[in-house]
Design a protein around this ligand. Structure first.
Ligand SMILES: [Mg+2]
Length: 212
């Protein structure tokens, strides 16, 4: 199963619309354990990317590159650079590939995770987007090892991402502004883990629609 990179700009448009729809939810979550700007920042970056893409006909990789650069350069907070490298790395790993298969998507996920680990200070267990991204990547790879096809591996990724995201509710934050709350950070979902789940869920839905 593959999809055409050239025809898959909808993957990025779906991400943009997902963040726009969840802007208030993300800021509300961030307001409980942070400074309440996660939805505002993410929406600003994704919407600016939408404007930059207007009138162009990018491939998925080209659109991911614009999204990554925009998040890197134009949004504040700690999440801009993290999601910036996340999407830029995904562009790097796919731009030479015209038909994206499960191996290419696995490479995109794996490299995005290692770059986020490299530039961030978080470890797994700190209550961050890694709680979503780490198990999601592992589940995608594990599904392929078990002989599952691309669509099934995407479902495995989605399920692991959701489970990981929900696990942050019972975690104490060890990084970022929320860590200052100590035990009081327990009982709330992590906003970065939430946006990461929304992003991976959107990838899974968009790609499954296009697989041939
Ligand atoms: Mg914030």
């Amino acid at each position: 199963m593959t999809f055409s990179n050239k025809d898959a700009q909808s993957v990025v448009y779906d991400l943009i619309h997902t963040i726009q729809k969840n802007k208030d939810y993300l800021s509300e979550l961030d307001g409980k354990i942070g400074d309440g700007d996660h939805g505002i920042n993410m929406n600003k970056g994704f919407t600016l990317c939408e404007k930059k893409l207007e009138g162009t006909e990018p491939s998925m990789s080209q659109a991911l590159r614009v999204l990554g650069q925009t998040l890197m350069e134009d949004i504040g907070g700690s999440m801009g650079p993290l999601y910036g490298v996340f999407f830029e790395t995904m562009a790097d790993k796919s731009e030479e590939v015209s038909e994206i298969d499960e191996a290419t998507f696995e490479a995109m996920l794996k490299s995005a995770l290692s770059e986020v680990l490299f530039i961030g200070n978080a470890q797994r267990g700190d209550k961050s987007l890694l709680e979503t991204l780490f198990p999601a990547q592992e589940a995608f790879s594990a599904a392929l090892t078990q002989g599952k096809d691309f669509a099934e591996a995407l479902e495995a990724m989605r399920f692991a991402a959701e489970t990981g995201w929900r696990s942050t509710e019972d975690m104490v934050a060890k990084i970022g502004r929320a860590s200052r709350l100590g035990e009081r950070s327990r009982g709330f979902l992590d906003p970065g883990a939430t946006s990461c789940y929304l992003i991976l869920d959107s990838f899974a839905t968009s790609i499954k629609k296009m697989l041939k």
